[in-house]
Design a protein around this ligand. Structure first.
Ligand SMILES: [Zn+2]
Length: 393
């Protein structure tokens, strides 16, 4: 086996390596799109290249209970509190899984765990992570910026050069590295560069509003007018969370949202590839780590990046707030939607949430929570449910 230095290898990976050699538990945090999992995975691969006896596994936190760990295993665990954003009702599950992780790792002399967490989720729950796991060191990718400045500029140059834009008067011509970084954003610079480099039509909107989420939400909004089939395919994936290749399109969803797509639309719509990727059922289990049994050989379409899903969800909600609350997969609702006014609760600092008005919150409670056996009990501590009950007269 050759140990090639990969492109992602950078100063952050160099920071992580010596810590990995010393510590059993290590935590990497950073804004969405700042390279938390890329950094962790590259460092882990390098680590196991140095010592071939070590094997590594990259897992979602919900896979921990079914995992068999052996001596000389190094794990990367992410997905804490949900695939797309943060579901506060998962706190107990997170605690139990951290406990089980600690016990399993303590059984072996040589076993290591790297946790990957989004910065705002880490801030909200750091006490839980610190109390349960003996994490002695952590890398915060948002503050270790200085050493990465040059790399980021290199990344910018490569990303825009590789696209060879032929469009005259395109906004990309006047763009320079400093115009799109060096300002505070909820998402990492890597993601901003990647998305703008692949979609030059977004550049002017981004420079105007300086907010990547807003830029993308407007882009999805515009697809409704300009490319209806693409819009419907994308929103169908938002609603269902994924699309099983060749599967029938749910009639309830079609009727209520007024969609006219068929399984053929997903094949016909070539530009869908810009936003989505194919995944095997087996890969999905670990990523979507949930209830459903997936057909392992079947292909599924999912969003290419969590952030694209979030932006598309915002666009869907903006257009159809009540319908989204009723027909969209419950995980996305619990992770992304919060009541507009939060009753008796200190400010939640989780990013990318949508504020739903009282009407939408009550509608969700009446039409979904009350109609699904066992659901109210399972999510009784969720702000949406607490709010709906609190505002009942
Ligand atoms: Zn261009």
């Amino acid at each position: 086996m050759r140990c090639l230095r990969e492109l992602e290898d950078n100063a952050a990976v160099e920071c992580v390596l010596p810590e990995l050699r010393k510590e059993k538990f290590y935590l990497i945090s950073g804004r969405l799109g700042n390279g938390v999992s890329t950094t962790a995975k590259s460092a882990i691969k390098r680590f196991s290249c140095e010592d071939h006896d070590w094997r590594y596994q990259f897992v979602n936190y919900r896979d921990i209970p079914s995992l068999t760990i052996s001596e000389k295993t190094i794990l990367f665990v992410d997905g804490w509190f949900g695939l797309w954003n943060e579901n506060p009702c998962e706190e107990e599950v997170v605690k139990q899984i951290l406990e089980s992780l600690r016990r399993q790792v303590e059984n072996f002399q040589h076993c290591k765990v790297v946790l990957g967490l989004r910065e705002d989720i880490y801030e909200k729950y750091k006490r839980i992570f610190r109390n349960i796991l003996p994490v002695r060191s952590r890398l915060d990718l948002d503050v270790s910026r200085v050493r990465r400045e040059e790399e980021l500029e290199g990344h910018f140059q490569r990303a825009f050069e590789s696209e060879h834009c032929k469009k005259r008067n395109c906004e990309c011509k006047g763009l320079n590295f400093r115009r799109i970084t060096h300002r505070y954003e909820d998402v990492g610079d890597h993601l901003i560069i990647d998305i703008l480099a692949k979609n030059h039509q977004l550049i002017s909107k981004y420079l105007e509003c300086e907010n990547l989420l807003e830029t993308l939400v407007c882009h999805f909004d515009a697809l409704h007018k300009k490319k209806r089939m693409l819009f419907e395919c994308l929103m169908y994936i938002v609603i269902q969370g994924k699309y099983k290749q060749d599967d029938i399109v749910n009639e309830d969803v079609k009727d209520n949202f007024g969609f006219s797509i068929t399984p053929g639309s997903f094949k016909k719509c070539k530009s869908l590839q810009k936003y989505t990727k194919d995944m095997k059922g087996t890969e999905l289990v670990s990523v979507h780590g949930e209830d459903m049994v997936h057909d392992s050989e079947t292909g599924y379409l999912v969003f290419r990046h969590v952030f694209l899903y979030l932006a598309a969800f915002h666009s869907l909600f903006r257009k159809y707030p009540k319908k989204t609350m009723k027909y969209c997969n419950i995980n996305a609702i619990l992770q992304i939607v919060r009541p507009e006014e939060i009753l008796n609760e200190e400010g939640d600092t989780i990013k990318f949430c949508i504020k739903a008005d009282n009407e939408a919150v009550k509608f969700f409670y009446k039409e979904v929570v009350k109609q699904t056996p066992g659901l109210e009990d399972a999510i009784k501590d969720h702000p949406l449910v607490k709010h709906a009950i609190g505002t009942e007269v």
